[in-house]
Every structure is written in structure tokens, then in C-alpha cells.
Design a protein around this ligand. Structure first.
Ligand code: IVH
Length: 670
């Protein structure tokens, strides 16, 4: 193929992939199987790798992420990012309609009613049909540039479809995290002993501010657009403009409606207040906009918000009920969560019996007492919460809650770290819920994947004293008679169980490392640590500094790993697992791609490459080299990509450090 043909091929593949992306993400209507899609993307990435001069910033290959932003640059908004006037009452909504009608001198107004998506506001700038910048709302005047992270969101077009889009415009909208994805992420966070996100909004905004775009990519954010801005917008109405934007490739939810007159608006609000629970994303109200652009112009703006729009916010539903008792739950990590046991009460379509009280400080702040009538709310959060106490109904005999001092499960004295909100039970190896939780994590799908063993069976085996820790699972094959004597354990289920456990012995090292449940070690970090150290023997003896050399391992994680292996009990457990035959080193195939060609050499990489920086780093490590972040006299090579920081180059030149490109690096290895 000639260079021109290759360029055309890359071009047409990119277009085809973006078309599929649009159907999948913006329309939720895939037109190709995941497998075929991956094949197309692989082909594109291969071509771009071989012809880096044709890797364009709007290539769909950029959606997988890989760039790392150390510090987000602050960008001034061309048009201020205004907010909306808020109301919670129908009366005020009527006042708004009256003001608008008066201002326009008309009897009735056509409104565009839209859902108020609860996420992170973002502005996307397009030039010549290409995404050139994404900026968060920030304080309204300036925000953070998050373009690389935005590019990983499938529903944000990198290049627009054919259409009559203006040469240069901005579109604004909300980055959200679907509830289904939110639940999955929180489950994973709990699995590795991290505090879950309070709600999808926090998760979306936390994710958009992450430095590693590959992680952002894995989080599956979504983006709904709600406003077109620019000097050359030739549409007459808001509705028309967002309909057009949908054709250009943006995700514009279909719930927006044109409604004439405020009574219809009220009906729209009522409908969504009732049906909001059925959506897969959070909304906190409805936005009502005057549809005609001319009319919007006539009405104008106050200093902070447009006079032509208002947000009607849903009240968090609130009920009063009696607090019967407070019980305490112990999590897998030993964290204690106080739970309010309530007199059952109907709230937002469900019967509520429990509410989380989070920690001792919250109980103290609310001054809730057993027997109190408390107000329970279901707002953006999934779990209902107690927001206050009806003091008038408090009995004169009531006493302040005395927080427990000992574990409700194993009676060990609780501990609370200086900066910690929660109390912890330190009896990691003797406290039943902690033991059972660890085993549940160990067998889970992304860990050892022993699907013949669920939570109930684990509890049953633990209660029957057949297992006390994860290593005991590998002794069960010799306890068949005891297993058969248990309830619901017929010959077939026992055989399945033992077979499932046996099968897990082929699970590769990185997943075993994730499964053993070192605090803060998630799936991705486990993989990075496994690749870096290659075997558990090397890892056990690793010092904090060595751990910090692994990409993405920070201080908290390094300390956690060191502490884990310092504990004799853990080492003993690992030895038992080793004896049982689990994989504690990289396999021959995994090692085959390795060499010592870069031994004793240290590298700094900077700029953009044809493959992700993480892949380059991994390649260096696989061949015995070391990655460091700053150029010093000890650096052997500075590997320079596109747009490399000028400071790094200057420093390397000053210190006489060799500067090489990607191709030269590949030559060193091959
Ligand atoms: S229009 C000039 N429409 O609500 C004002 N905003 O206070 C333009 N929001 O954080 C805003 N859904 O990100 C508009 N359908 C929608 C919206 C929406 C959510 C957010 C917006 C901002 C806040 C406005």
C-alpha cells in the first residue's frame, strides 16, 4: 500500500468505528458485535502504530486513554458558564411564567422542558467538526481542561458526522455515571477495602478529575448535551438546535419536550418526579427553558443566570418515623457502620426499615436517641438517610447514644485512627464477618472465580468450622464426608464445589495477588505489581521504595503492601496457598516476552507516542529497564514523543542525557 492508500484506509476505518460508537453510545443501539468492533479497532491501532504520522488526535483509538495529566490546566470560558435560578415550589414556577409572559408581552409561552441531569457540567469546543477542548464548569468563569479524559467518553464525538454544524461552536452538557455502572464501581471499591462513592454525581466528577485517562476510560461515563453556544448559531429555537446536535453525533436524551403554557409544564414535572426512579441515571429536577432564541434574547440575563430558564428541583422525599434501635455492622475490612433500625415507613415508592448512620460523629452531630422520631430522606443517595430529629416528640427520659467500644461480632476492643471517621475492629483473623468477607472476595469472579461457592455456602462452611481462612478452601477435598453431612449439600454440589476450587489453581499470578485481598490493591494495581516483581518471592521482600517504582503505586498502597507482608500470619497463609499449588509467579508465556536488554538502564518518557505511555513503560520494564519520572544525571535515556515538555529536553541536554525517539527505543529492544 502507498502512503496515500494507508492514510485513506486509516481515515475510513476511523469513520466506520466512530459510526459504530455513535450507534452504541449515543443511541444505545449497537449495529455490530463487540467482537467485530474490537477487531476493527485493533486493525486501526495496528495501522497507526506502523504509521505514526497518521495518528490523529481525533482517532477513535484515543478513546482507550493512556495519557496522564499531572496537573489540569485552568482555562477561561469564552462564554461564562452561568447557573440556573432554582425553585422547589409550583407557586414560584407560576411566578416565573408570569415574569416571562410579561417580559415578552404574550399570553402563552412555548417552553422546552428537559431533565436536570445530576452530574458534572462540561463545555466541549469544536472547530471544523473536531473536538478540540473540553473544560469543566469550575467557578463559572474558568474551569479545568479535561480534554484527554473527555475523549474516553464514548458518547462524546471526536469528529462530527456530516451536517450543517457551525465552523466553530461550544456545546454544553453533563457528564454522568449511569446507576448500573455506579453500583458496579462501588462494589469493586468495597472489594478492595476502599470507601465507596456517596452517589453517582460524586463518582462522575471524581472520575473526570483523575490523572490517568486509561482509568477514566474504564469507568464508562456518559455525557448528555443540553445547550449549544456560539456566534454563528443559525437555529431559531433551543429545541431545533439540540435536535440538530443529535444528528451531528451528540447524545441528546429523548426526554426533552416542547410544551406550550405552564400547566403542561407542571404535568411534565409531576410525571418525572414519579418516574425518575426508573431511569438509569440520577436527575435532581427539571429545567424549563423558553424555546425561542429571539425570546431568550429579549428576556436576557441577571448577573448569575438567564431570565429565560429555571430549574424546578425535586424535593427529597422526607418522612418521620420512630428510631427503634441502632445496630452495628462489621464490614470485610473491619469498618464499623451504625445502622438505624426504623419503624417501617413508606418512602419514595419503597418501604424503609433501615438507614445508615455512617459513623460516631454523625450520631453525635444529629444527637439522635433511641425512641426519637426522626426525619428520613431519600435524595440523590441510594441509601436513605436520617436528616434530623423531631425534638418536640422526644421523651424526657431519653439518653444520648453511647457508641460501642467493642466489636459486636467478636468483642474485640475497637480502634479509631487519628484521621479516620470510622471505628475499626482490629481482629482481622478472628472476627467472623471479616473472615467471611475475605473469603467472598477471594472466590469472586474477577479474583479466583470459584463460582460454585457463594456467600451462603461460605457462611455455612465457616459456621461448621470447615474453613477459617482462604487457605482452608484447598483442604476441603479431604473433608468430603463432613461436607456431605451439611444441609443442601448433595454429592453433586460437593463435587462441583471441589472441582471449582481445584480449577482455581490455574488462575494467573496477578489475579491471585488481587484475590488475597491486600488493602488498596485493586485489579489493575495487582497486574502492575505482578508484572513488575514477576513473583511473590520478589514482592514479599520488596522495600517501600521499590514498590513506589511501580507505575501508579503511591505511598498509601506501598505502605499497605509492606504492612501486609510484615504480618507473620499473612506469610503463613501465603505459604499454605503456595503448597496448595496456586500460581505465585508469572507464567512461562508471560515471561517469554521479556529480556534483560535494558538491564541497569533508566528511562524517562515524555510526550505522546503511537501507543500509550503505560505500554511503553511496560515494555521498558519487561526488558529489564527502569522507569523514572524526572531527568537526572543518572538517567540513561530520555524517550521523546510528540509535544514533549520543553523543560525535560533542556535538562537532558544540559546533563548530556541521550534523547531517543520511540523507534530507537524499539531498536534497543529488538
Ligand atoms: S441549562 C445558562 N439544562 O444544572 C444555564 N442545565 O445551574 C444553562 N444541568 O450545573 C444550564 N441538566 O450543568 C441546563 N438540561 C439541563 C441541565 C442543566 C443539568 C446543570 C448544569 C449546571 C446546573 C445549572
Amino acid at each position: 500500500m502507498t502512503k496515500d492508500q494507508i492514510k485513506n484506509q486509516i481515515e475510513s476505518l476511523s469513520r466506520e468505528i466512530e459510526e459504530h460508537n455513535f450507534h452504541y453510545y449515543a443511541e444505545s443501539n449497537p449495529t455490530i458485535s463487540d467482537y467485530d468492533f474490537d477487531k476493527l479497532l485493533e486493525e486501526l491501532i495496528k495501522l497507526e502504530k506502523e504509521n505514526p504520522e497518521f495518528l490523529f488526535p481525533d482517532s477513535p483509538s484515543q478513546r482507550v486513554g493512556g495519557t496522564v495529566t499531572k496537573e489540569f490546566v485552568t482555562v477561561k470560558h469564552r462564554h461564562p458558564f452561568l447557573s440556573l435560578g432554582n425553585t422547589y415550589s409550583e407557586e414560584e414556577l407560576g411566578d416565573f411564567d408570569e415574569r416571562v409572559r410579561k417580559g415578552l408581552g404574550v399570553e402563552e409561552v412555548e417552553y422546552a422542558c428537559e431533565l436536570k441531569y445530576d452530574g458534572l457540567a462540561i463545555g466541549l469546543k469544536y472547530e471544523a467538526g473536531k473536538l478540540i477542548q473540553a473544560v469543566t464548569r469550575g467557578d463559572g468563569m474558568q474551569g479545568d481542561e479535561v480534554t484527554n479524559n473527555a475523549k474516553t467518553i464514548g458518547s462524546i464525538p471526536l469528529r462530527l458526522k456530516k451536517g450543517n454544524w457551525p465552523e466553530d461552536f461550544e456545546i454544553r452538557g453533563e457528564v454522568i455515571l449511569p446507576r448500573s455502572v455506579f453500583n458496579k464501581i462501588n462494589k469493586e471499591k468495597e472489594d478492595i477495602g476502599e470507601a465507596p462513592f456517596a452517589n453517582p454525581r460524586n463518582a462522575a466528577s471524581g472520575t473526570m478529575k483523575m490523572q490517568d485517562s486509561a482509568v477514566v476510560s474504564s469507568r464508562k461515563l456518559d455525557a448528555f448535551m443540553y445547550m449549544l453556544l456560539g456566534e454563528n448559531i443559525f437555529f431559531k429555537t433551543h429545541f431545533e438546535s439540540i435536535e440538530a446536535a443529535r444528528h451531528w453525533g451528540f447524545k441528546i436524551p429523548e426526554y426533552t419536550k416542547k410544551i406550550i403554557g405552564i400547566d403542561g409544564v407542571k404535568k411534565y414535572i409531576e410525571k418525572w418526579n414519579k418516574e425518575r426512579d426508573q431511569l438509569d441515571f440520577d436527575i435532581d429536577g427539571v429545567v424549563i427553558k423558553v424555546n425561542s432564541y429571539d425570546q431568550q434574547k429579549t428576556l436576557g440575563y441577571t448577573a448569575k443566570s438567564p431570565r429565560w430558564a429555571i430549574a424546578y428541583k425535586f424535593k427529597a422525599e422526607r418522612v418521620a418515623t420512630k428510631l427503634l434501635d441502632i445496630t452495628y455492622q462489621v464490614g470485610r475490612t473491619g469498618a464499623i457502620t451504625p445502622v438505624a433500625n426504623l419503624e417501617p415507613v413508606q418512602l419514595a415508592g419503597t418501604v424503609v426499615k433501615n438507614a445508615s448512620l455512617h459513623n460516631a460523629d454523625i450520631i453525635e452531630k444529629l444527637d439522635v436517641r433511641i425512641g426519637d422520631f426522626v426525619y428520613v430522606e431519600k435524595g440523590g443517595e441510594i441509601i436513605p438517610k436520617i436528616v434530623g430529629v423531631d425534638l418536640e416528640k422526644r421523651s424526657s427520659h431519653s439518653l444520648a447514644v453511647e457508641y460501642i467500644t467493642h466489636c459486636p461480632e467478636c468483642k474485640t476492643k475497637l480502634e479509631r485512627g487519628e484521621d479516620e471517621a470510622k471505628h475499626y475492629c482490629p481482629n482481622e483473623y478472628g472476627c467472623p464477618p471479616q473472615i467471611k468477607g475475605k473469603i467472598e472476595h477471594f472466590v469472586s469472579r474477577r479474583a479466583m472465580n470459584i463460582d460454585s461457592l457463594g456467600g451462603e455456602t461460605i457462611a455455612q462452611l465457616f459456621d461448621a468450622k470447615l474453613i477459617h481462612n482462604i487457605a482452608d478452601l484447598y483442604t476441603l477435598h479431604s473433608k468430603k464426608a463432613e461436607l456431605l453431612s451439611l444441609e443442601r449439600m448433595a454429592e453433586k454440589s460437593v463435587n462441583n464445589l471441589i472441582e471449582g476450587i481445584e480449577q482455581s489453581k490455574i488462575v494467573p499470578f496477578e489475579r491471585v495477588l488481587f484475590a488475597i485481598g491486600i488493602r488498596h490493591v485493586g485489579e489493575t494495581t495487582a497486574k502492575k505489581i505482578a508484572n513488575h516483581f514477576r513473583s511473590l518471592d520478589a514482592l514479599i521482600h520488596a522495600a517501600r521504595e521499590q514498590l513506589l517504582e511501580v507505575p501508579e503505586v503511591g505511598e498509601i498502597l506501598a505502605d499497605s503492601v509492606v504492612a501486609y507482608f510484615k504480618d507473620e500470619k499473612n506469610v503463613e497463609l501465603i505459604n499454605k496457598l503456595k503448597k496448595a499449588g496456586l500460581c505465585f509467579e508469572l507464567s512461562k508465556e508471560q515471561l517469554a516476552n521479556r529480556s534483560e536488554k535494558l538491564k541497569d538502564l533508566s528511562f524517562v518518557i515524555s510526550g505522546v507516542f503511537s501507543i500509550s505511555r503505560d505500554e511503553i513503560k511496560a515494555m521498558i520494564e519487561q526488558n529489564g529497564g527502569k522507569n523514572t519520572s524526572a531527568v537526572s544525571a543518572k538517567t540513561s535515556y530520555l524517550v521523546a514523543g510528540d509535544n514533549m515538555g520543553p523543560e525535560k529536553r533542556k535538562k537532558a541536554e544540559k546533563l548530556g542525557v541521550k534523547i531517543i525517539g520511540e523507534e530507537e527505543l524499539l531498536k534497543l529492544i529488538s
